[in-house]
Ligand binder design. Structure first.
Ligand code: COS
Length: 393
């Protein structure tokens, strides 16, 4: 069982400790049968469908939606989401991905949806019957999300949507997409079912750590007014507020990868014979392990500071989430790189966990706001606070 002593930090309540232990036990028992099965990393669609079903059966997806619609906490509990992501990521990147996308894909609905639309989608997200996706990015509107051109025009009693979205996780396997498009009142969030006429996945995108990813086309797609999330024109703020929650959890996933790399590298260093001693006796190796341990703890402090602030202080955490995501993902990359180095040739061999982690971590520094976007967000907030005479917490 993984070391979970960080849960003694004052950010957590008793139920968080119980949750961490239960997810870890469940993951150790249930995930190998899916993610280590022959072909699991080639046929990622089938693997992710199986993972969503298993995560649903395990009850973990209930943390992705509010209590009133099949969930556990009425306000999404960011510490629980982060603990689950960190723990799953330690076991399997694909399991973490499948969990996270249910939360992100349903996030705007959970936070801003009216009762009817929540009823229609969220209980099925919580059981794993419906797979969700978050469709914000476009070819020329990634970091600059406000530059999106996908349009949504009034049409009779509903809307007609035209345009393309790309880099959409779960593109190709999702049952519905939370789409952000430009309507006459401004960017609007709307649910589009995958079987809507005019919707298609025009490209599957293959990346270094494979997962379902695609480019979507909306060609005269008609959606009813009842599928709007919140107010027409309030979609951009809904997207950014959703990202405030999920960026913290991306940091948590990076933390899970980094902890696994540190654990594996330490186990290797204390057993690998070298120069008449073990690798862990060499000062250079000790220096690497010390830096890795420091980065892991510093990342954990930022991730759980952000989650705790959102859950307990209930304030906007744009700055804290950006710091958590930026630091945890960038440092996890460094930690994993050091782990690969400590493994030597084995570190780049297929089938060795640190090789997989080395590929898994890279995209986390890009998606849900690249590291550079997080720096923009932090700097803006910092300068705003400076000019208004506020001190940062
Ligand atoms: N919660 C609620 N509202 C928010 C918010 C948040 N976290 N962040 C910003 N807003 C509000 C702002 O207050 C502003 O409102 P007003 O117009 O009423 O003042 C509005 O939203 C627009 O904010 P801003 O002016 O900061 O928008 P920008 O277009 O300058 O956004 C960044 C800049 C770079 C921060 C934004 O585009 C971004 O996060 N980009 C990355 C997107 C991303 O993560 N893409 C990956 C997709 S998921 S794989």
């Amino acid at each position: 069982m993984a070391d979970q002593s960080f849960l003694d930090w004052p950010f957590f309540e008793a139920h968080h400790k119980t949750l961490a232990r239960a997810v870890d036990d469940w993951a150790a028992a249930m995930l190998p049968g899916i993610v280590d099965a022959p072909g699991a990393h080639e046929d990622v669609d089938a693997t992710c469908r199986a993972l969503v079903a298993e995560l649903g059966d395990g009850g973990w997806l209930t943390y992705c939606v509010p209590a009133s619609h099949g969930g556990v906490h009425e306000d999404l509990d960011v510490r629980s989401l982060a603990i689950i992501r960190e723990t799953l990521a330690r076991h399997s990147g694909l399991a973490d991905f499948s969990f996270a996308m249910q939360g992100l894909g349903a996030g705007a609905l959970s936070l801003f949806g009216g009762d009817d639309i929540k009823k229609k989608y969220l209980p099925a997200v919580a059981t794993g019957e419906k797979i969700a996706a978050f469709a914000l990015s476009e070819e020329d509107a990634g970091s600059d999300a406000a530059a999106m051109t996908t349009s949504m025009q009034h049409d009779g009693g509903g809307y007609v949507i035209n345009g393309e979205k790309t880099w959409i996780s779960n593109g190709g396997i999702a049952d519905f997409y939370t789409l952000f498009a430009r309507s006459p009142a401004g960017v609007t969030a709307v649910v589009v079912d995958a079987d809507t006429p005019g919707f298609s996945v025009v490209e599957r995108i293959h990346v270094i750590a494979p997962h379902p990813l695609g480019r979507l086309r909306f060609d005269q797609c008609r959606v009813p007014v009842s599928h709007i999330i919140g107010e027409e024109g309030a979609g951009f703020k809904a997207a950014l507020a959703t990202l405030d929650i999920f960026r913290t959890t991306v940091g948590a996933a990076a933390l899970g990868f980094a902890r696994r790399a540190l654990d594996d590298a330490t186990a290797r260093a204390v057993t690998r014979k070298m120069f008449g001693a073990t690798l862990s006796d060499l000062p250079l190796a000790q220096g690497a392990l010390a830096e890795m341990a420091l980065d892991v703890d510093a990342a954990a402090l930022l991730v759980y500071r952000s989650a705790w602030t959102k859950d307990v202080q209930k304030t906007r955490v744009t700055r804290e989430a950006a710091m958590a995501k930026l630091f945890a993902t960038d440092q996890a990359q460094q930690v994993i790189d050091k782990a690969v180095q400590l493994f030597g040739g084995l570190g780049v061999k297929k089938g060795v966990k640190v090789e997989e982690l080395y590929r898994e971590i890279r995209a986390l520094r890009i998606y849900e706001g690249a590291s550079e976007v997080q720096k923009i967000v932090i700097a803006r907030q910092h300068l705003q606070n400076f000019s208004s005479g506020k001190t940062n917490p």
